[in-house]
Design a protein around this ligand. Structure first.
Ligand SMILES: CC(C)(COP(=O)(O)OP(=O)(O)OC[C@H]1O[C@@H](n2cnc3c(N)ncnc32)[C@H](O)[C@@H]1OP(=O)(O)O)[C@@H](O)C(=O)NCCC(=O)NCCS
Length: 159
């Protein structure tokens, strides 16, 4: 059975394992264990300080995906659109894809961001995930992020 819930420390080891898969995926495996650990530590510290937030997809008590999000603000290390919800990182492990889990995690994340006060929600997407986000209710803004060239999408519905 699958559930979506907010991160809790009991899932730390599981999260680290899934994050390692994610980081290797987005860096095409060009990353050291030291770099992975430092990134995991940085994220978990920001989550503990509530600078960013994380929800988990859990299948049979095992973490199989995560969504990392925030509301852009001046204190953040990323603040492109102050007051907007921003989905920073998003991943479902390969063995659990195409079962609707990504869509559920995205829905949970948007509801959570609206409940936290976001009026609008955006993200930047790699080319191969764009159609997934369109199915989750996002639309293109026609703009691209300067730092990674990813296309910027915005959630159709407002709070
Ligand atoms: C993109 C990703 C999150 C999708 O997760 P998933 O659990 O397989 O997605 P779902 O099963 O919920 O799919 C929802 C819908 O999107 C479609 N979809 C899923 N991935 C897709 C893709 N890469 N391209 C096109 N359509 C896709 C599904 O067919 C489904 O369509 P339907 O509603 O008509 O049935 C997952 O493939 C992933 O983690 N990829 C690697 C990391 C990544 O790209 N993250 C996003 C960074 S912006």
């Amino acid at each position: 059975m699958s559930v979506i819930k907010m991160y809790n420390e009991i899932y730390e080891k599981d999260f680290r394992d899934v994050f390692e898969q994610y980081w290797k995926y987005i860096t095409y495996n060009k990353v050291t264990q030291e770099q992975i650990k430092s990134c995991q530590d940085y994220i978990l510290k920001q989550v503990a300080n509530q600078e960013i937030f994380m929800s988990l997809a859990i299948d049979n008590n095992t973490v199989v995906g995560f969504s990392i999000f925030q509301i852009d603000n001046e204190k953040s290390d990323w603040n492109k659109l102050t007051g907007y919800g921003f989905i920073r990182e998003f991943f479902i492990v390969p063995t659990k894809r195409c079962k609707g889990l990504g869509k559920e995690l995205a829905k949970y994340t948007t509801i959570k961001l609206f409940s936290m006060g976001a009026k609008k929600i955006y993200l930047d997407t790699a080319k191969n995930a764009k159609d997934f986000w369109l199915k989750c209710g996002f639309v293109s803004t026609g703009k691209f992020d300067e730092s990674n060239s990813n296309e910027i999408l915005i959630y159709k519905k407002e709070k």
